[in-house]
Design a protein around this ligand. Structure first.
Ligand code: AHG
Ligand code: MN
Ligand code: MN
Length: 364
């Protein structure tokens, strides 16, 4: 299709906004600034180790540790900075929160404030950067509570603790062989490919749908000995393949970059699991609710897929902390529902139930 016939991200947003004649355009402006942050990060990622000199003035030296005790790579910190700088000035936000910041970020007093909150993981899968494997950025847009807008008071952690079902928009950018932006504003999911000549995101995947069935699963099986019985049962049945209860062979993938994993699943189906496990009782899961599970959950549900803790839909949870972790299962609807059934099945429901642990191929 010639370029002139394709929609840019800007056009998509304007056409979407026409469905709401009273909308002022703030959300569109905000999403365009987020997309600009993603383009800036894509450029830096694309320069790889050659970018040292290019980014020397802004790349912090060495690494540090974030609020969750994880090592921050310089690119984690730089991507966070880019998200902040591209969005703090535009008058559309009352505050921001990110994986890389302990506390919510206030809008500097030099700038006007707006009615939205932006929550993000500026660089997801950052352990993949050094080995030239796909990384991404993922974000969620919430409405600021009315009293924040009316009073102009500083935002607090509590203002961000809204169920995923309240998200106004969510999306991710994937920095892979091509850079893509995948977005939902609550009316399905659309995928845009970055045209590097124009520097524009161009609509390449309208109305993305996750196939309801799949024979592909993704899980970090090095954690198998810590899995709860329902997860062991599900994975065992997949591994048993044609001769097992599922009666068909399954394939497995693990990229260790949730955004890349989500993208594969959106494109061809699959199920992703980073379930709650017993590895560290202080951490109920690996992934974070507000800026990983919720945006991916909205995208999956808007594309006809499903996102769950294993026990209940992710989008229904009331968050209790900004950096809360959660067990996460998402992807093809019928598989996610099956995993939920196993979590509710008395035979596998309770942690430590020996029935499936004993039969498990991952028995230890
Ligand atoms: P981040 O780089 O933002 O910390 O997130 C990494 C996450 C997620 O993207 C991925 O699915 C998972 O951590 C990988 O976990 P393992 O290292 O256990 O494979
Ligand atoms: Mn992440
Ligand atoms: Mn990250």
């Amino acid at each position: 299709m010639p370029l002139s016939n394709r929609w840019t991200l800007t056009r998509y947003l304007i056409e979407e906004r026409r469905r709401f004649p009273t909308a002022g355009g703030d959300l569109n402006a905000l999403i365009l600034d987020v997309s600009l942050a993603c383009k800036a990060i894509a450029r830096i990622v694309a320069f790889g180790s050659l970018g040292d000199t290019l980014g020397a003035s802004v790349v912090p030296q060495g690494g540090s540790v974030n609020v969750q005790g994880e090592v921050q790579k310089p690119l984690d910190v730089l991507s966070n900075e880019i998200f902040i700088r591209m969005n703090e000035w535009n008058g559309n936000l009352a505050g921001m929160a990110s994986e890389e910041m302990d506390e919510p970020k206030q809008i500097p007093s030099a700038y006007p404030r707006g009615k939205y909150l932006l929550v993000f993981d500026p660089l997801d899968g950052s352990s993949n950067i050094d080995v030239n494997v796909s990384v991404g950025s993922i974000f969620s847009i919430l409405r600021a509570p009315q009293d924040v807008i009316d009073s102009g008071r500083a935002v607090t952690e509590a203002d961000f603790l809204q169920p995923g079902a309240e998200q106004v928009a969510a999306g991710y950018a994937l920095y892979g062989p091509v850079t893509m932006l995948v977005l939902t504003v609550g009316n399905g999911v659309a995928g845009f490919t970055l045209n590097p000549n124009l520097g524009e995101f161009v609509l390449s995947h309208p109305k993305v749908q996750v196939p309801p069935d799949t024979t592909e699963f993704a899980i970090n099986s090095s954690n198998a000995r810590f899995w709860e019985p329902p997860v062991k049962r599900y994975v065992d049945e997949c591994l048993a393949g044609k001769t097992g209860p599922r009666g068909r062979d399954f394939n497995m993938r693990w990229i260790a970059s949730m955004v890349a994993e989500a993208h594969r699943i959106l494109m061809r189906g699959g199920v992703f699991m980073y379930p709650r496990d017993t590895k560290d009782p202080a951490k109920p899961g690996r992934l974070r609710l507000l800026y990983e599970a919720n945006p991916v959950g909205m995208i999956m549900e808007q594309a006809g897929g499903r996102a769950s803790t294993g026990r209940q839909p992710v989008l229904g949870l009331k968050p209790t902390a900004l950096h809360q972790r959660i067990g996460l299962v998402f992807g093809s609807k019928n598989e996610v529902e099956r995993i939920e059934r196993y979590h509710h099945d008395p035979a596998t429901r309770d942690s430590g139930t020996p029935l499936f642990a004993e039969r498990s191929l991952f028995r230890n």
